[in-house]
Design a protein around this ligand. Structure first.
Ligand SMILES: [Zn+2]
Length: 164
């Protein structure tokens, strides 16, 4: 069976996707172009959206955006100042975000690599922003992982499989 979008042989089980209004049988790569699934075993379209979520493709873009965020320079001082502005002691602040005092101290001294959930809690609690896009900094995150295929890539694939 061949993919009706890129024309390649479908490896494994085919994906049934509604793409631009048409019911197509496509490969895993092209499945992402379809917003909806259609079920070949059911003759009539159902009104309820499909409940099967297990076969969803991984959501690369979400992961990317989380990874590319970095702590701003001097974030420890920013946290400390924001905390003091609110008149909170280290102890009070630690309690308010359900963390240990030692964690807050380390964070303010930048003696730790704070996990994202801690950073989020601190930001929400103090109303400060201590994250920035990593790409804006000294090129540390320049080599981004491969994104999904663009339409241009797909046309290239189509051409290269046209030999027969
Ligand atoms: Zn395909």
């Amino acid at each position: 069976m061949r993919c009706e979008v890129c024309g390649r042989e479908i490896m494994g089980s085919p994906n049934y996707r509604v793409i631009e209004g048409g019911k197509l049988t496509v490969c895993g790569q092209c499945a992402q172009f379809g917003t909806q699934e259609w079920d070949p075993t059911r003759p009539q379209a159902r009104k309820t959206p499909t409940r099967r979520r297990s076969a969803q493709p991984r959501r690369r873009s979400d992961i990317d955006s989380a990874e590319s965020l970095e702590l701003v320079e001097g974030y420890g001082m920013l946290v400390k100042k924001a905390r003091q502005k609110k008149g909170l002691s280290v102890e009070d602040f630690a309690k308010s975000i359900r963390e240990k005092e030692s964690v807050v101290k380390k964070l303010e001294k930048e003696n730790m690599n704070p996990p994202m959930n801690l950073v989020k809690k601190v930001q929400n609690s103090l109303g400060v922003n201590i994250l920035e896009e990593g790409a804006a900094k000294s090129g540390s995150v320049l080599s981004r992982p491969m994104g999904p295929r663009t339409l241009g890539d797909m046309i290239k694939i189509k051409d290269s499989t046209k030999k027969e």
